[in-house]
Design a protein around this ligand. Sequence first.
Ligand code: ADP
Ligand code: ASP
Ligand code: MG
Length: 493
Amino acid sequence: MALLWRFSLLYANTWLCYIYANIETPTGESNNRGIMKVLKFGGSSVADSEKIKKVVDIVTLSTENKFVILSAMKGITNALIASAKKAEVGDAVYKELAGEVRERTLATLGELVKSEPLLAETQRSVEAMLNEYHDILHGVELIRECSLRSMDLIMSFGERLNCTVAAAYMNEAGHKAEFIDAREIIRTDSSFGKGSVEFDITYELIEKRVKSMEGVGIITGFIANSDEGYTTTLGRNGSDYTASIIAAAVDADCCEIWTDVDGVLTADPRVVSTAKVIDRLSIEEAMELSYFGAEVIHPSTLIPTVEKDIPVIIRNTMNLDAPGTVIADEKTNRDTSITGIASIDNVALINVIGNGMVGMPGAASRIFCSLADGDINIIMISQASSEHSICMVCRQEEAGRARACLEKDLADAIAAKSIQKIEVREDLELIAVIGENMKGQVGLSGRLFSSLGKKDVNILAIAQGSTEKNISLVIEKAQRETALNAIHETFLG
Ligand code: ADP
Ligand code: ASP
Ligand code: MG
């Protein structure tokens, strides 16, 4: 019975894709080329051989044309980074960390693939990659330097190893599958650590590659290639983004992100135990939630799919009974005044204070240009109408650099005393309350602030955009749990 239920849920999902696949095109023709699905499985879904088997079960349950994007096994990207950092300072512990990556990969391969010559062939490819990884670490140890470019190359082994093993297992299990290294098909600029995707060339490369693909494509998430041929990455958690890039390139009917929770929840379940699954999210709501820290999807994920009107569905690999969250370009009806809460840890507040800024045109522009030139990402801005101070929020690790940029670029205003102080306050938390229903709701901010006041949470800065779909506030990091639970209880409890 349970099995039947699971099948019917998967069928319902496929049916949703089918509906999207047969939507009339703007010219009125029906798009009947068959369903095309992109499925992405995150690190927690491919943590060991048993989980990889489960992933292959999900992939092979239905018969659509499929592209499967996989992350590295859970913890491997962190281990790769740690090994590189140890090698950089000449700490021999890097060899142990690299040894763990080797052992885990070979053990998983041994548990999944038994038949020859497939096992020997896959072992050869995996060993070649592991040896290359080891040689690169040795190089890092010798020159005592690991640039962002080298780090991207080192991190790429996680997805490459995992996809090689998973593709071999799928073939062993009798399903034709082909390993595809995303560096062949995704092009970025040379911003190592977080490459900016060059969409035209990427879409061309994907289209060309897909034509010669045999069976299911098992594609490495997260990694890409720069124009000069160097390995780049799309930023931590970037495999979701890979999936949406592929989905947009092949004009897929849906893009499924399979993870370890039942969908997008009303708050981070690790902090708010009463958080609930949101069954449908508008694109704007999902973008806001991910931008403000709901790590269940990478913030850039919806950019490619929204252009092609492709729905994104978040599902739980370990709970097929849960229908998940559908993110699509549509109005959602809900009976709560807010949709969800997200938060970003470890932010800093930069306060530029000066009587001379009052009524001075161009003051804000100088501050923001200075921060932009210093490559500082501003997450939130707030200015009181007295114009006496402008406050901005950035990631804590960028705060020192931000202060240095401002002190240098505003030196004349500081000397002339029109700016008195540049204050930086660290160890803060940014909380964002998000929802389409928030627009025009009288008294919502009052309820929000009094819910925090009742729990003695002090608010250091507030911002609300004119769309009224997001209120952001900054508090002490130590009060994060209290604040998130208080807001959740008030609006979604
Ligand atoms: P994956 O390995 O599948 O990429 P991630 O760890 O990147 O998974 O993202 C899933 C995790 O995101 C969940 O386990 C959950 O703890 C966390 N998370 C944070 N905020 C939310 C939210 N609003 N909804 C769902 N999950 C969230
Ligand atoms: N493996 C990469 C990371 O851990 C990418 C991803 O999992 O999405 O960040
Ligand atoms: Mg993720």
